[in-house]
Design a protein around this ligand. Structure first.
Ligand code: ATP
Ligand code: MG
Length: 327
């Protein structure tokens, strides 16, 4: 796993991307609470996390669109603003429309003309799958088509770093597949790609590395395979009417307890410990089953609300800034 200490990220960097000690609040909302991320050139990194985790806020600070309350951003040895001004960064943000009354081709050509080393417009139209709609007006597109045009706008500038905030949200399955196939080509040409997503499958399939965010912090950071292994949690199911969920959650080895009718489902960080504790405390438990948890359950256990995890308290920045997963 990537060592993610504040001490290592403070120094000047020339190579890749360095986010050091970033924080950002909006009034009472602590959107980002101390994020340290180092990304090497050529990496494809997924920022994974639930709604409100702070992904977009982090991305906006990375792009110099939002000033951090504290901390710093360095992109290829420059400040975010300088890197963006130099055309080093292409972004596809979560919100924002397209300039209306232009055709798709006109809009992309216009964007290309603003940058020093753009890619050929025809090539970009082809790889993003929008050649057929190039003559259509930008205000007459479907949601998925709009997303592709936005991706093309980011790509045509031929950036070193591509930042994509939930790029496939409005796309259908086919569109997603095409989009990621094309992004894989972009990444293999040596560009650095950072994308935010809610989808574990997307992060798993397309990123070299997953940075898991929750409640404004990084809760896990490492190679995709390691994150998957780390979150390879187990689930215990049992029939236990009128279960006391807070008490079940407090059992050793249990990270999440839910009820489904008369049954309970425990997501476990240590299922051996949990099953012993369950059976010794609840002799009436029946139909007990243990299975490997899906990634979704593991994800929920890792990023769920701290109030749902008596064993997992809010950690301050220095405590969190260590290797790997916070559990
Ligand atoms: N401009 C803003 N004003 C006030 N609060 C904001 C603003 N932008 C973000 N927030 C709050 O900051 C927190 C983090 O939001 P952010 O958009 O970074 O999350 P996210 O991880 O991108 O979520 P999503 O997956 O829904 O896109 C949320 O609680 C959000 O409501
Ligand atoms: Mg977002």
């Amino acid at each position: 796993m990537t060592v993610n200490t504040a001490a290592l990220t403070r120094g000047p960097t020339t190579g890749g991307i360095s986010l050091a000690g970033l924080t950002k609040s909006f009034g009472d909302v602590h959107a980002v609470r101390g994020v340290d991320i180092e990304i090497a050139p050529g990496e494809t990194v997924a920022l994974l996390g639930p709604n409100g985790a702070g992904k977009s806020t982090t991305i906006d600070m990375m792009l110099g669109l939002l000033p951090p309350d504290s901390g710093s951003v360095t992109l290829f040895g420059r400040s975010a603003r300088d890197a963006v001004a130099a055309g080093t960064v292409g972004a596809m943000l979560q919100s924002g429309g397209l300039i209306a009354f232009l055709t798709v081709r006109e809009l992309i050509t216009m964007m290309a003309s603003l940058y020093p080393n753009p890619l050929p417009v025809a090539e970009v139209l082809a790889v993003t799958g929008i050649t057929e709609i190039a003559g259509q007006r930008t205000d007459k597109l479907s949601g998925g088509q709009t997303q592709r045009v936005r991706a093309a706008l980011a790509l045509v500038t031929n950036p070193e770093l591509l930042v994509l905030d939930e790029p496939t949200v409005a796309m259908d399955v086919e569109g997603r597949h095409q989009f990621w196939t094309f992004m894989r080509n972009v990444a293999s040409s040596g560009k650095t790609v950072v994308f935010a997503t809610h989808y574990l499958e997307e992060a798993d399939s397309y990123a070299d590395r997953i940075i898991l965010m929750a409640r404004g912090r990084v809760v896990a950071d490492g190679p995709t395979t390691e994150i998957k292994a780390t979150v390879g949690l187990k689930t215990i199911r049992a029939t236990l009417p009128q279960a006391d969920l807070p008490a079940l959650r407090a059992l050793p080895g249990v990270s999440l307890a839910e009820s489904r009718g008369e049954a309970i489902v425990l997501t476990c960080s240590d299922s051996d410990q949990a099953i012993r504790a369950l059976l010794s405390n609840y002799a009436q438990a029946r139909d007990v089953e243990i299975s490997g948890a899906g990634l979704e359950e593991a994800f929920l256990a890792l990023t769920g609300d701290p109030a749902a995890h008596p064993g997992q308290t809010e950690r301050d920045h220095t405590e969190h800034a260590h290797t790997g997963v916070d559990q």
